[in-house]
Design a protein around this ligand. Sequence first.
Ligand code: AP5
Length: 214
Amino acid sequence: MNIILLGPPGAGKGTQAQRLVERHGLKQLSTGDMLRAAVKAGTPVGLKAKAVMEAGQLVSDEIVSALIGDELDAMGAGTGAIFDGYPRTAAQAESLDAILASRGRKLDHVIELDVNEDALVERITGRYTCATCGKGYHDTFEQPKVAGTCDKCGSHEFKRRPDDNEETVRTRMAEYRAKTAPILPIYEARGIVARVDGMADMDAVTASIEAILA
Ligand code: AP5
């Protein structure tokens, strides 16, 4: 099973992708996570991507499509993929078709998380992750069970993303409206798009996604 999770910044793509990994043994392919790892490691890709990401703009299609191809090659052929934050442009959607076809894979579902953009600013500016294992939390919506201690790995160190400030979030949303939302019709024409109410609580969103995959 290969799935695209589509939605603006803060729609819950990463949150739901992590749950799909746990429930279905799929692999989460997040171009945002790959780029942040490249920035942290100071690779040539990371050096190119850093300022673009901090401004909330899109990194080049060639870079992200190459990252996705490499990740798929590193996976077992029998493991399904969740594309989280990719594709984001028409050119990336075209590349993904070629990448999948050349590896004998096909897309099964495109799940759009339908959200109210104004509420997303609060979601994004309040989120943080465990610095050790990457588990996501939120100041209001998902706090650790024991304050200051990660539920999953027990670490006491947390971090926030440099692009999670209001000004950059607004730019990221504008990029989504201008470049990413227009790719939906490509998949609608194939009859593989399903919409989920991304403003429902996290468990309800998960249940809606499970119903689509059943
Ligand atoms: P990326 O990392 O992909 O960021 P994004 O698309 O902006 O998405 P987010 O990670 O911000 O949001 P999400 O939908 O995953 O929400 P989450 O689950 O965390 O990209 C970052 C940058 O990298 C881009 O700006 C660009 O520069 C570059 N880039 C990446 N991919 C690229 C590509 N393909 N092409 C070009 N450039 C690319 O949820 C948010 C918060 O809300 C969390 O705290 C969560 O706990 C909470 N939450 C989630 N669901 C709910 C709910 N139902 N109710 C209440 N709270 C919820």
